[in-house]
Write a protein that binds this ligand. Structure first.
Ligand code: CO
Length: 134
């Protein structure tokens, strides 16, 4: 059901520092920071040949990654995003199998203007999973 790995999201306490590390130490192509107020994050996209890395930094007072950074003050992997062809079919199959979809279970428009859903980390080896309709 899942297809390509779309991105790995890493929450970082210092966005400029993490961006410089990916650009200057690892030699990756990085974007300018992009504010995404609807998602409570500022994102820098790291373009790899086969996937993206997204450096996430809290934006605003009630950012969804603030708690994660409080528990992981030096940052850490926040979620993995897999592509699916049909997000509603994927959701229904997962729900039928007993997996938990976060929120109200309806896809939201994600960081790439495509429908996304998040799956409960306790159901998937302790990893928050985002599904994106490719
Ligand atoms: Co994501």
């Amino acid at each position: 059901m899942i297809g390509r790995l779309n991105h790995v999201a890493i929450a970082v306490p210092d966005l400029a520092g993490a961006t410089a590390q990916y650009r200057d130490v690892l030699g990756a192509r990085v974007s300018e920071p992009v504010d995404q107020p609807d998602h409570g994050v500022t994102v820098v996209f790291v373009e790899l040949p086969n996937a993206k890395i997204e450096l996430l930094h809290p934006l605003g007072a009630d950012s969804p990654i603030a708690g994660f950074l409080a528990r992981n003050p030096s940052g850490g992997i926040h979620h993995l995003c897999y592509e699916v062809e049909d997000i509603l079919a994927a959701r229904d199959r997962l729900l039928a199998g007993g997996a938990r979809v976060l929120g109200d279970g309806e896809p939201k428009i994600g960081a790439h203007d495509k429908p996304v859903l998040f799956l409960h980390p306790k159901d998937f080896a302790g990893t928050l999973i985002e599904l994106e309709q490719a």
